[in-house]
Design a protein around this ligand. Structure first.
Ligand SMILES: *[C@@H]1O[C@H](CO)[C@@H](O)[C@H](O)[C@H]1NC(C)=O
Ligand SMILES: *[C@@H]1O[C@H](CO)[C@@H](O)[C@H](O)[C@H]1NC(C)=O
Ligand SMILES: *[C@@H]1O[C@H](CO)[C@@H](O)[C@H](O)[C@H]1NC(C)=O
Length: 442
């Protein structure tokens, strides 16, 4: 009798324990995920970094964030150890999802991540330095924290997250300790697409870059709320514009190819202090060969403009700034610099003319204030933070809106409806991109 009630109790406790652990591992479905983004100025190019956990056992992996990158790739040459790594064999589901062709070459050494016979191959694109090299496709466990939109929640895992194993040399230009690039672009295997598929949430993600190297910005996968201290949900005050598709991944080359994984918006004109800047507007359209148009980029530190657009914008800006502001000598990479002596300051940065990127109609525009247009290069010099495309190798679009202009704005990309939601400067709302509360409430 005593012994059978003992068994009964054991059964109850056992099943309680069992259902509890089952809930923890399988039935918790996150509504959104969250990662920190840090601004890094240690390398030649300013970059925005994030950190995921990957492999078995899990290790932290630092990555450069590339909004227009097509997938996740990592250096597998140096110390990739994992019992859960799976090569993607030719003809398998990961290869077709990645649209990755079969690797005909053979691996001469013992098999290891990045070296298997008969697997599919993808290019690892390093858009920071504009280089790419083929790597082999595989999958492994990836773990990231979930969120309720206000705090960091419990960590969740994707068991077969598809990525490319690349050779070490392609990490050139990335800061020390960064193992690869996290592509957020418009493909089936970008981070937003794989997370949305794994947890059945809307194919939406949001980026908010911090202007400070000392405090984190934030990357959300999934829908809002996106809360910033003090209790401001930025997801409900966004301005919307269609995301455009560039039909050519390699602009200017007239062969059948994949569409570009980059995100484009339809800038129709530019205004400075509400006055139209005269421009050749045909440059603002994406042409048949995929040239022109306006892309958004996190690997370009500052907005790049085609030379005729750049000149027109600088001329109009200087005129609106007025005679009381003295021009200063250029400071690389900028051409237009000014003495800050007669420039006042506002909540949204230096008091300079506003620059509007006018979108689908006159009422929809992205207004750039001093905090996002002027770069302080010394105590008494401010430069207009725009780059002339003739100073850049490999510029393929007429405008690439760079990271400095994105800082302290929240941008939400909705892949299902092909729509961008963007906030105005969060400084107006007395918050910043570094005000997400990363304290865990799990
Ligand atoms: C790949 O195939 C070659 C030729 O059959 C063989 O020598 C080599 O060991 C194989 N490598 C791997 C990693 O399986
Ligand atoms: C405007 O730009 C287009 C595309 O580059 C070019 O073909 C055209 O000649 C330009 N028009 C003028 C007036 O410069
Ligand atoms: C951040 O979140 C934690 C956990 O919910 C909370 O205790 C803390 O007060 C929050 N911090 C601020 C500054 O509100």
């Amino acid at each position: 009798m005593a012994s059978s009630s003992f068994h009964f109790l054991l059964f109850i406790f056992g099943s309680l324990f069992f259902s509890h652990s089952l809930a923890k591992t399988t039935s918790f479905r996150p509504k959104a995920l969250v990662l920190p983004i840090t601004k890094d100025t240690s390398a030649n190019h300013i970059q925005y970094l994030t950190k995921i956990y990957q492999r078995t056992p899990l290790v932290p992996v630092k990555l450069t964030v590339d909004l227009g990158g097509d997938s996740l790739w990592l250096d597998c040459d140096k110390g990739y150890v994992s019992s859960s790594y799976k090569p993607a064999y030719c003809g398998s589901a990961p290869c077709s999802l990645a649209k990755a062709p079969c690797n005909m070459g053979m691996c001469p050494s013992d098999p290891k991540p990045g070296c298997y016979n008969n697997t599919c191959t993808l290019n690892a694109d390093n858009n920071v330095v504009d280089l790419g090299t083929p790597g082999l496709v595989g999958s492994d466990v990836v773990s990231v924290p979930s969120t309720d939109g206000a705090n960091r929640g419990r960590v969740v895992s994707v068991t077969k997250f598809i990525f490319t194993c690349a050779p070490a040399f392609i990490t050139i230009g990335l800061p020390n300790g960064v193992k690869g690039i996290a592509g957020l672009g418009r493909t089936k295997i970008s981070l937003p697409s794989q997370f949305a598929a794994a947890f059945s949430f809307r194919r939406k993600f949001a980026v908010c870059l911090s202007s400070s190297t000392k405090s984190n910005g934030v990357l959300f996968f999934g829908d809002g709320p996106y809360n910033f201290l003090p209790k401001i949900d930025v997801s409900n005050s966004l301005i919307y514009t269609p995301l455009l598709i560039n039909p050519k991944k390699l602009p200017g080359i007239d062969i059948k190819q994949e569409p570009s994984p980059e995100y484009f918006i339809g800038v129709k004109s530019i205004k400075i202090n509400d006055k139209s800047v005269p421009l050749n507007t045909s440059l603002l359209r994406i042409d048949r060969l995929g040239r022109g148009g306006t892309a958004i980029s996190t690997v370009d530190a500052y907005t790049i403009m085609e030379t005729s657009i750049y000149n027109a914008v600088v001329n109009a800006f200087v005129k609106e700034l007025g005679n009381h502001v003295r021009r200063a000598a250029p400071v690389e990479p900028f051409r237009a610099c000014f003495s800050s002596k007669n420039i006042g300051s506002t909540r949204v940065g230096p008091a300079v003319p506003t620059i509007d990127l006018v979108l689908q109609n006159k009422k929809v525009y992205w207004r750039i204030f001093g905090a996002n247009s002027m770069v302080k290069v010394s105590d008494d010099v401010l430069c207009l933070g725009l780059i002339d495309s003739r100073d850049v190798v490999g510029m393929r679009h007429s405008i690439a809106i760079g990271a400095y202009q994105l800082e302290d704005h929240l941008l939400q990309f909705d892949l299902a409806t092909s729509r961008l939601g963007f906030s105005s400067s969060l400084l107006f709302r007395q918050t910043t991109c570094s005000n997400f509360n990363f304290t865990s409430n799990a």
